[in-house]
Write a protein that binds this ligand. Structure first.
Ligand SMILES: [Zn+2]
Length: 106
């Protein structure tokens, strides 16, 4: 590794790029029925995110229970409730709820 200094912004850009690649690989692995690989890729992406202080892309969510990317229709069940969207990870059964009050107030 070169010790040359990089600006935080540049680091973030590279980090985001690498995270994207790893997350795509991770999702592919889930589809291929290789959760072990998927978990490894997702973990690497998460670590890059922490190291470069970059947030995960908004469209990708990693289950905190089993560390796999959650993909509706593949390993995640999404239901609309009265006040919440409920997403359930079918790998480990963890449930996530997200309110959608904003839309209801309109
Ligand atoms: Zn899970």
């Amino acid at each position: 590794m070169s010790k040359r200094r990089m600006s935080a912004q540049r680091k973030g850009e590279i980090g985001a790029q690498r995270m994207k690649v790893l997350l795509v690989l991770s999702e592919q692995s889930v589809r291929e029925g290789r959760p072990d690989r998927a978990r490894r890729y997702a973990d690497l992406a998460r670590r890059i995110g922490m190291k470069t202080r970059t947030r995960m892309p908004d469209d990708v969510r990693i289950c905190k229970g089993c560390l796999l990317p959650m993909m509706p229709g593949v390993n995640c069940r999404v239901r609309m409730g009265k006040h919440h969207i409920t997403a359930c990870c079918t790998e480990c059964g963890r449930i996530y709820r997200r309110p959608y009050l904003k839309e209801q107030r309109e």
